[in-house]
Each structure stands twice: as C-alpha cells, then as structure tokens.
Design a protein around this ligand. Structure first.
Ligand code: B12
Ligand code: SF4
Length: 456
C-alpha cells in the first residue's frame, strides 16, 4: 500500500518540515507488519509514480492540501487503483471528497483500520467508514519509528531538523477558530511513560545523526495539540524527557507558563521553544474567540519575560480579524512584538477552517467569501470584510507581518532571546518568505509597492 502526504499549492515552503506527517506515521504504525508500505511526502519533494501497482493508496488531508489530495486521488483512480481518503479536511467535507475516492474515512483511524484492511483483502471495501461507528480511541498508538524510516526512506537529520512525536492527543478547551474541540478534543489521552521512552530511543537511532558538533542533541517537535492540560502529568512527562537527553519544541497554552516551576522544568527537560497561541493582545478579542479563560491579555508581557529569563523562547501566535481588529490595532501589535522581542512571531489572518465552530457560524451568516481551499494557509482573507476593503485589509496585514521581521526587530530578538542562532536563522527565513508574499500580493493586485527599504 502507498500512503501519500500531499502538498497544496500555497502550503508554505518555509514552514518547518518535521520528518513526516503525523497521520502517515500513525497509519504506518498501526498496520500489521506483514503488509508492505511505501510513503510519499510531497513536502520533501518525493514524486509519485501513478503507474505503479498498489492494492490501495491512502491519502491524508488538511484543508490547505485538500485540492492536491483530490488531484492525486483522481490520477490513481484513472488507472484503476483504489483510493482511500482520510484526515481532517475529508472528515468535515465527506460529500465533497466522495467525488474523488473509492472510500472516505471520517475521524481517527486507530479503531477502524483493521476493519478496512480486512475489507480490502476481501474485496469488500465500503464507500464510507466513520470513527463514530467504532469504539472511541482511548489510547494513543505508539509510533513505530523503525518502520516509518524504512517506508519513508528519509535520511537521518542533525539537530537542526525536527523529529515529530506526541505525548497526548486532544484539548478540553473550545476556542472557536480551532478544529480540535470538534475532532480529537473531547477525549484527552496520554501515552504511557515506557512506550514514550522507547519511541524516543528508537527515533534517535533511526533518524538522528550527530554532525560532529560536540553536545549536539536530537530535536523533537512535540505535536501535541496542547501539552499543558494537567500540571502533574506535564511534570511527569518532563522528568521523562529530561532522562532522554533531547531538545524539543512544544505547543502549550499560555496559562501553563504563568507558573515559574513549570517553566523551570520545561527548560531543564530540554525545551528550547514553546509555541503559544496568544491570538490577541486585546482581552475583548480573546473573549470573542472563547479563549478569554485560557489567556489573559495583560499577562502576555510578563509570561514572555519570565520565560526569556529562564532560558525559554516563546513563539507567539497572533490572529488578525477584519471584524475585530482595526489598522491601528495591527500597528499596535507590531509595536508590541518589537517591544517584547517576540521570538519567531506568527501572525495569521482569521481563517474559518471546516470543522471549527467559527466555520459553522460564518457559513450560516454567509460570511465566507472564498472556499478555494488552496487559499486556506492563513495568509489570505477568505471571509467577508464589512469594515474594510478586503484587498486593503490583506495588504495591511501582510505589511505588518513583514514589519514584525524588520532588521531592528531581528537584531533585538537575536540580542535578547535565548538560542540566538535559532532566532537569527528563523527570522531571516521568515523575512525572505514574507517579502516574497508581499511582493507577489502587490503585483497581483496592481498595488503600489511598499517602501520596504525605508519603512522596514
Ligand atoms: C502538529 C501540528 C502541526 C505541525 C505538523 C507536524 C507534522 N509532522 O504533521 C506543523 C507545525 C508543521 C503544522 C503546520 C500547519 N498547521 Co497544524 N497542527 C498541528 C496539530 C497541533 C496536531 C496535528 C497532529 O499531529 N495530529 C495527530 C495526527 C495523527 O492526527 P490527524 O492528522 O488528524 O490524523 C488522524 C485522522 O485524521 C486520521 N487520518 C488522517 N489522515 C488519514 C488518511 C487515511 C487514509 C486514513 C484512513 C485516516 C487518516 O487518522 C489519523 C490517526 O487518528 C493540529 C491540531 C489537530 N487537532 O490536528 C494542527 C492543525 C492540523 N494545523 C492546522 C493548520 C491550519 C496548520 C497550518 C496551515 C498553519 C500555517 N498557517 O502554516 C500549517 C499547515 C502545514 C501542513 N501542510 O499541514 C489546522 C488545520 C485545519 C484544517 N482543517 O486543515 C489544525 C487542525 C489546527 C487548527 N487550527 O485547528 N501543524
Ligand atoms: S487551547 Fe489551543 S488546542 Fe485547545 S482548543 Fe484552544 S486553540 Fe485549540
């Protein structure tokens, strides 16, 4: 069988590329050993041989990659190869996906996968499987790194590239822009310690090479939706990660970083950066996203500063919304990012991804302007803008995003934050990418080019 991770046309080239797509990692790990598996990940430049014979091809989908997933599926089906489509996007758009597949899988694969394999073998593959019709997935399948390495033929990496892993799945919060509450969220699950440790050891063995730098450690990206749910469990996991002698980055909610002891333990365990969804520096906006009980706008500065002192970079994630943010708010956000030397800031334009509460609300009110999934990379305005001309709004957003990577901000970031080299390299990559995006947006919309030299 072949598993494919597609890359949509606007799936950013500068995004960090952890060694493999987690969905594919899980599917490989839960497939019985006697099956032969190949992996194609387009984000690594793997090319597809459509004429090769497979019993079936399984394709994963996030919204940004959905159209490409359908293209690949259509090509295989033209040649008579059976296609199974699954993943987040398909789970929330089964009718649309049905046109492109022999079989659609909605929800988590763990408890329905054996049934699908049996049905394929018996030539009785059904058109639709839904996780809701199977027992809930209460345990997380450990990743089989050796098998993933064999199937993906990915080379070993040094400490500058990340190896994906996760400890938990789900998050009990209900932020309106996030898919998690309607997908994995309600059931919060955690790996058992022994299994986790064994996976880290296996991952090190098959994926890490020391490039000769003394003390170089493998870098793991923890792909948990939100590792910060239970403090006691987090501390236990951190003790274990410390024993593994690795470096890692993690997604955490802000309220967890208000505690000094947690921050100290994160650093000691090897955490070099935590991605935090601050979303907004205005409390009223946080309330509108149903995130006011997780984040406090007035504590953001303190959290960043405390983490910096402890040796932890906080990657700040912010959302911009034409209904809730004015041009002045955007200018204030850039000043805030500059003043607080925010590490590798990510600013996204609000995007109601299918599966979110926000999507349902916008859809009901006919406020979605564009459902070209290729544009769902959070850099395009796909919702109707009542207060602003949509092109001006998106232009302003792209300008301020680029401005947050001004030379002045980059220099201060490198001077003030832990891990100066990571700050420098990531900032240069973002700056280049954002400049290209801004240039092409201005060109495509016949806008006067921004004075990048003087203003930025
Ligand atoms: C870790 C993560 C990342 C990592 C990815 C690491 C990696 N190697 O995969 C990084 C940082 C790179 C990343 C980037 C982005 N991300 Co992200 N990310 C996540 C996060 C927190 C966890 C994803 C994960 O690992 N899940 C675990 C895997 C196992 O789950 P899964 O993919 O759903 O797979 C299961 C099922 O869907 C199913 N399944 C999946 N595929 C298939 C295929 C078949 C054939 C079958 C049978 C079953 C099946 O079975 C799997 C096992 O149960 C999610 C949150 C979430 N709830 O998913 C957001 C999330 C996926 N990300 C999101 C977004 C928007 C992005 C970006 C676009 C952000 C940006 N602006 O750049 C980029 C897109 C890059 C890309 N091409 O995906 C959105 C996607 C929304 C959507 N509808 O597509 C999510 C849901 C967060 C949100 N806002 O709600 N992300
Ligand atoms: S805290 Fe994070 S993972 Fe949890 S629902 Fe909110 S945005 Fe999603």
């Amino acid at each position: 069988m072949l598993f494919v991770a597609p890359q949509g046309k606007k799936d950013s080239k500068t995004n960090q590329k952890p060694l493999f797509h987690m969905a594919i990692g899980v599917l490989v790990s839960i497939t019985p050993e006697h099956h032969n598996i190949e992996i194609i990940d387009e984000r690594f430049g793997d090319t597809i041989d459509y004429d090769k014979q497979y019993d079936f091809v399984g394709i994963t989908s996030r919204t940004i990659d959905a159209k490409r997933a359908y293209e690949i599926a259509d090509e295989f089906r033209k040649r008579g190869t059976k296609v199974i489509l699954g993943g987040l996007h398909v789970s929330f758009n089964p009718e649309e996906a049905r046109e492109h597949a022999d079989c659609i899988v909605c929800g988590e694969a763990e408890n329905l996968w054996d049934t699908i394999l049996e049905d394929v073998a018996a030539k009785q593959l059904k058109a639709h499987y839904d996780a809701k019709d199977f027992p809930p997935v209460t345990t997380i399948a450990p990743l089989n790194y050796k098998r993933i390495a064999r199937a993906s033929k990915r080379e070993k990496v040094d400490s500058t590239k990340s190896i994906p892993i996760y400890i938990t799945r789900g998050c009990p919060y209900e932020c309106s822009f996030c898919v998690t509450p309607n997908f994995t969220g309600k059931l919060y699950r955690r790996q058992n310690d022994e299994e986790l440790k064994a996976q880290i050891m296996a991952a090190k063995e098959v994926f890490f090479k020391n490039n000769g730098r003394k003390n170089a450690k493998p870098w793991f990206m923890l792909c948990d939706e939100n590792l910060g749910i239970s403090k006691a469990r987090l501390w236990k996991a951190l003790d274990l990660l410390k024993e593994c002698d690795i470096m890692f980055s993690v997604f955490l909610s802000m309220n967890f970083l208000e505690d000094d002891e947690t921050v100290r333990r994160l650093v000691e365990a090897g955490c070099n950066m935590a991605l935090v969804g601050f979303e907004s520096i205005k409390q009223s906006t946080l309330e509108a996203y149903n995130k006011g009980h997780v984040n406090s706008a007035d504590k953001i500065v303190e959290v960043i500063e405390r983490c910096r002192k402890a040796g932890l970079n906080i990657q700040g994630n912010f959302l911009i919304n034409p209904d809730l943010d004015s041009f002045e708010d955007m200018d204030e956000l850039v000043r805030f990012i500059g003043r607080n030397h925010v590490f590798m800031p990510i600013i996204q334009i609000i995007t109601p991804y299918p599966g979110t509460k926000m999507y349902h609300e916008y859809k009901q009110k006919s406020l979605i302007a564009d459902e070209d999934w290729d544009k769902y990379n959070a850099l395009n305005l796909v919702v109707k803008s009542v207060n602003y001309d949509p092109v001006s709004f998106q232009h302003k957003f792209m300008q301020i995003y680029y401005q947050s990577y001004s030379w002045k901000n980059i220099i201060n970031r490198v001077r003030m934050n832990p891990y100066p080299l990571i700050n420098l390299i990531s900032s240069l990559a973002f700056r280049k990418h954002l400049r290209d995006q801004l240039d092409s947006f201005e060109k495509n919309n016949a806008l006067k080019p921004s004075d990048k030299k003087n203003i930025f």
